[in-house]
Design a protein around this ligand. Sequence first.
Ligand SMILES: Nc1ncnc2c1ncn2[C@@H]1O[C@H](COP(=O)(O)OP(=O)(O)OP(=O)(O)O)[C@@H](O)[C@H]1O
Ligand SMILES: Cc1cn([C@H]2C[C@H](O)[C@@H](COP(=O)(O)O)O2)c(=O)[nH]c1=O
Length: 204
Amino acid sequence: MLVTLEGLDGSGKTTVWEALRDVYPDATFTTEPTSGETGSWYGEAVYRSIQDEDADPLAELFLYTADHADHLTRVIEPALERGELVISDRYSDSRYAYQGATLAEDGRITRPLEYVVGIHTAFSIEPDLTIYLDVDPETAAARAGATNKFERVEYLSKVRDNYERLIERYPNRFVRIDATQPPEVVLERVEDVLESRLDAHRKG
Ligand SMILES: Nc1ncnc2c1ncn2[C@@H]1O[C@H](COP(=O)(O)OP(=O)(O)OP(=O)(O)O)[C@@H](O)[C@H]1O
Ligand SMILES: Cc1cn([C@H]2C[C@H](O)[C@@H](COP(=O)(O)O)O2)c(=O)[nH]c1=O
């Protein structure tokens, strides 16, 4: 089963992802952009682009997508074939929401969110469950510390609007959790949601 954690920068995805390691020691834990144990040079290229204020938005989309394609074949598909639970800190919805917003500002692509979704349909795998940690852009930017070009309130507002569109589009896949609550409350809620979905998955 493929579970993804999504939300604005600073919404608490990594805090939850780290805590879940103790709860599900046999699961595969991974991230997008790829880094650490499941990282690759594609992920490193993405992080270079994130640091470049003048990166071309389309080139950046394709870097993220290249990292995703490699991540699928190298990490996610083999783990799913072994029957493992896979938990990814960010996945394709980050591209739909973030690059959807960047490309809207860029102006070269009409209907950018649909465009980004469209380039994934031929090869990607849809998650079984996406946990959306919902925070307002002000809280997100303050928590994230504005360390990169994405962590700004105005931009994060557009990203949040895109996440809302995705939640509307995929209501069965997304579960929204209020991530302005204390970390232990957020984690408890995530664990409840995950356990009930795992139960349903086991029962087929
Ligand atoms: N529920 C919470 N309430 C208050 N602070 C939190 C909460 N969850 C996480 N934080 C704090 O917010 C900061 C960002 O958390 P974290 O790195 O988990 O977010 P993230 O969503 O992974 O961010 P990014 O996408 O930028 O990597 C950290 O300092 C963390 O301790
Ligand atoms: C996967 C992915 C990520 N982003 C953005 C979101 C963050 O600002 C950075 C890095 O992510 P991290 O969780 O802080 O390490 O990249 C993006 O714009 N598009 C994507 O597909």
